[in-house]
Every structure is written in C-alpha cells, then in structure tokens.
Design a protein around this ligand. Structure first.
Ligand code: GLA
Length: 427
C-alpha cells in the first residue's frame, strides 16, 4: 500500500474520532494483516509455516476515558454504530480479558475508532490484525510489559476462547512479528522462528480475492482439527503396536505362524504388552513425522479420509522445509512448484478449497511466467496467493479475471502485495 493510502486511513480514523468523541486521540496505532506463502492448516499440527505481514492492516485512534466504560466504532461496520457489543468487538474485548487473566487489568475504559484496508472474510487475517492491534494498544497506552510473541499468543487465546475458532498461532504471530521484505519461517511446535528474505527482483506476490464469502469456515475448520487429532491418536496406536511386535519378535525369534496373528485382538489391547517402563515417546503432533515414518505407520489409520488429512499435514510440512530452503537459496521456481503442490493437497487431501479458489489457482498456474499459485488461509473462499514474474503480470490480470468471470459469473479482485513490518504506534 502506498503512503498516500496509509495517510488516508490515518486521517479517516482521526477524523471520525473527533466527530464522535470530540478532541484528540491519545494514540494512533497500526497492525498489519498477513499473507502465507506456504504451510496451510499445519500450524495446529506442530508444523512449520511461512507467512509474512502485509503493508495493509488495521488502524485505531484511541483515548483513555476517565471512567470504566468503553465505546467502540468501526469505519468498516458503520451500520453497527458506536457502542460496546457490536459483532466485531469480541476480538478486542477477548484480548482485554486474556490480558486481565494474566494480571494486566486496565484501570480505565477507552474510546476507540477502528478502520482498516483489509477486507473482512478475504483470508488476510483481519481478525488477527485486530487482536494484535488491541494487544499493542494495551502495551503502549496502559504500559503493560509484553513482547511481540506474548501479544501473538494472547491474540490466539482470545480467538479460541472468546470467538470460538480453534485457530493455530500463524496469523497472530505473522501480524505481531512481521518484518518488511521477509517471510517468517515459524516452527509452530516450539514457537521459534527465523526471518527468510522474500524474492522481489522481477517477481511479485499477487493476492486474488474470490469475492466469495463462505460460511463453512469455523465449523469445517474446527472439524479438520478434530480429524487431525483422531489421525494422530491412531498413528500413536500403530507405533505402539509396531513396537510391541518388535519386542515380541526379540523374545521369540521364531514365530509359529508368521504374518498371521492366531488370536485376533481388539485394537489397543495387545496381548503382548511391551516391557513396562519402556514406553516409546508418543508422537506429539502429525508434523513430528517425516514422510518416511508416516508411510510406515499410515495403514494404522482406518479411515481413508483421516489418512488423507494426515498425509496433507505431513507432506505440507515437508514442502515448507523445501520452500524455505528454496527461498534461502534464491530458487523461486522450486518455491512456485511447491505452492502448486500445496494447492493440490489442500483441494484433494484436506478438502478445504472450493470451486472459486480452484478456478483462480488453475487459471493462474497455466500462465507462463506464473511460478506458483494456491489457495491461502483457512479456505472455502478468500484469496489465492501467486508468485508471478513481472513480465507475466499483465497476462495474469487479464486471463485470470476473464476465466474467473466466465466460470463463476462474478469478478475477482487482484492485489499486488508487499511484505510489511509489525504493529506500530504511529503517534
Ligand atoms: C486460519 C487460522 C490459522 C491457520 C490457517 C490455515 O487462518 O487462523 O491459524 O490454521 O487458517 O493455515
């Protein structure tokens, strides 16, 4: 986003603040939205992900009040007016409650005007942006001592507890810890990270919005999480069985009936328990498995749907490892190919794509000079992300838009995006 539109947003929230509440705000704040290069639906499976903060995001003009009351107003939801319990305010009050639980209670209420240039529901994390913005306001205006990582974790907790989405840590982390020109190689199991430069030389990151809002997101999202938990449970059972079988072979190297168990037993009740005190370490999360180890155990998952869910997590994690390596090694072609594979797996194995996203990704992938294209974020709508050589940009915009209109009857919106920095107090 250009400085001109940044200034427009600042003027808009400040102007509305003066009109609604009179006088000047104590502070002006910004927190970015995020894009994700690769690593989808594995931040709750202990995988690595590769998001970046955007230059677009959410702005706030805020003033502490003398009393304990709150007034919230959003330029994006003017029809809801100023008040305390609009549809969107739980993202802010949720964060305040998480801070309070951690011993950081606000001594006064506040008057707030919010505005932003990321559309809600486009998969650019307007919600995480608002949560990180709130954490930043609390830190700066109320003097609470919290790090960027803390703000991300508090935001995630707020979203899980007070909004009801069992999300991972990726979005809040990317919004809180962004650095201009870099993606974040985030290990979501250890919550450790490294910055990886994003290639900009002759290559653009393009977000294409389906402009289609799907309402499956929360329910299917939480369902995928449960499916992954069940797949992990069955994989742990399979690993234990394998261990018991190996121990049995060691005790009795000449099995009487190889390959055939004379007394079938119910799963989880192995007649030859392994030596007590020698429990294997349980597999902590799907992404702790290498593809090889997963293939050894995957027959232990009884349902083919669950097997595909788990396969997505394991192989997507491997793709992120290769993608980070490709970025570090200046190999955008490999990065693009991995993005295409990611889309295929999200569509076929994880089943979180939709017709509109498939049309966009497939139209883009067919254009020479488009290195890669895939659905981004939770899925069922929102945006695709594409890595496009500059010389292919014009044909991208034309061909993708035409193809999309022909197939769906609606218009998509194409945004060139740049990776930006983390949250800031502007004044
Ligand atoms: C949403 C969630 C994230 C992540 C993505 C899918 O954006 O908030 O935690 O799981 O979906 O990768």
């Amino acid at each position: 986003m250009s400085n001109a539109s940044r200034q427009t947003m600042i003027d808009a929230v400040t102007g509305e603040f003066r009109r609604l509440y009179g006088g000047e705000p104590d502070g002006l704040f910004f927190a970015p939205g995020r894009a994700n290069l690769i690593g989808e639906h594995i931040d709750y499976n202990g995988g690595h992900v590769l998001p970046c903060a955007l230059t677009r995001g959410t702005y706030a003009a805020v003033r502490k009040r003398a009393d304990q009351n709150f007034q919230f107003y959003s330029l994006n939801f003017p029809e809801e007016g100023p008040g305390t319990d609009q549809s969107w305010t739980s993202y802010m009050t949720g964060v305040m409650q998480v801070f309070a639980k951690a011993g950081m209670s606000m001594d006064t209420g506040m008057d707030v005007v919010i505005g932003g240039d990321i559309p809600a529901g486009a998969g650019l994390s307007s919600s995480a942006s608002l949560e990180v913005l709130t954490g930043t306001i609390l830190k700066e205006l109320y003097g609470f001592s919290v790090s960027g990582e803390d703000i991300a974790l508090y935001g995630q907790e707020a979203e899980q507890k007070y909004v009801g989405v069992e999300c991972g840590i990726m979005d809040q982390f990317a919004c809180a810890m962004g650095r201009e020109g870099y993606a974040i190689d985030l290990d979501t199991a250890a919550v450790t990270f490294e910055y990886v430069p994003i290639p900009t030389d002759g290559i653009s990151l393009i977000l294409t919005d389906t402009n289609k809002k799907h309402d499956l997101r929360t329910s299917e999202y939480n369902r995928r999480r449960q499916e992954c938990e069940e797949a992990l449970r069955q994989l742990n059972e399979a690993a234990l069985k394998q261990l018991n079988a190996a121990a049995a072979r060691e005790r009795d190297p000449e099995p009487h009936n190889p390959g055939h168990d004379p007394e079938p037993h119910s799963p989880g009740h192995d007649p030859e328990p392994h030596t007590p005190g020698h429990d294997p370490e349980p597999i902590p999360c799907l992404c702790a498995l290498s593809p090889e180890r997963f293939e050894e155990l995957s027959n232990g998952i009884d349902d083919p749907v669950l097997r595909r869910r788990a396969a997505h997590a394991v192989y997507e994690n491997e793709r992120v490892r290769l993608a980070a390596e490709a970025l570090r090694g200046g190999d955008p072609e490999t990065m693009g190919r991995l993005m295409n594979e990611s889309h295929q797996s999200l569509r076929d194995n994880y089943e979180v794509s939709c017709f509109e996203l498939d049309v966009l990704a497939e139209a883009a992938q067919a254009i020479p000079g488009v290195l890669g294209s895939r659905m981004m974020g939770g899925g069922f709508g929102g945006c695709t992300i594409s890595l496009v050589r500059d010389e292919a940009l014009e044909s991208f915009k034309k061909i993708v838009a035409e193809e999309y209109r022909r197939e769906t009857g609606i218009d998509c919106t194409v945004h060139a995006c740049r990776s930006g920095g983390g949250p800031v107090r502007i004044r």
